[in-house]
Design a binder for this molecule. Sequence first.
Ligand SMILES: *Cc1c(COP(=O)(O)O)cnc(C)c1O
Length: 241
Amino acid sequence: MRKFLAFVHAETSTGARSDAKALCALAKQYDCLSIVDAVTSLGGIELRVDEWGIDAIYSGSQKCLSCVPGLSPLSFSAAAVEKLKARKTPVQSWFLDQTLVMAYWGNGSGAKRSYHHTAPVNALYALHESLRLLAEEGLEAAWARHAAMHLELRDGLEKLGIEFVVPAEARLPQLNAVFIPAGVDDAAVRSQLLQDYNLEIGAGLGALAGKAWRIGLMGYAARRENIALLLQALGNVLAKK
Ligand SMILES: *Cc1c(COP(=O)(O)O)cnc(C)c1O
């Protein structure tokens, strides 16, 4: 029996973007609820939770929101809440039991709230500020900034002879996965960037370990001066090899 369609919107281990709109429509077509990992997509690329009919979605505070880590903004559709409430077996985990967490939130209609955990209010103030900054810039303007910065980085990397792992139409602006040029020592370059320029780029994961670098351009970090610094630093380090 089909129940859910779950996927990662911004796939940070490979730098690929999933077509969330199409996947959520597919879920509807087959009578499934959609579950979306938007940890690295929120604030960085187009994401329309209600318009695309996303049923359950979660994100993180520490990626394109440029906030302190520790919080996970999430949202449920009416169908997802219904599904949670209709559970017949108890949830095995106290921490992840959404029915208890929802009772902690209250439902806004004066129903009695019950304790679940102590909310990290200091982190919530930080999230409020990061969302205020995002609202001030404008969500769509922030998406456009990530896209523009990605193209600027791409042009500079291509001048250094570096190629992207993902075809152009499925690239994530906020996570640029590129092939390590032939004959270059992966770890040596990354540690030199860190030591000499205070710049950290990600290593490849899984099948891409030792073959790719992952260059983040997330939230506040997605700005021109960081790209200029990286291109100059990487150019210098590669020239010495
Ligand atoms: C970073 C990331 C995570 C992990 O987030 P944590 O808060 O470190 O657990 C999960 N999914 C995606 C797609 C990510 O990019």
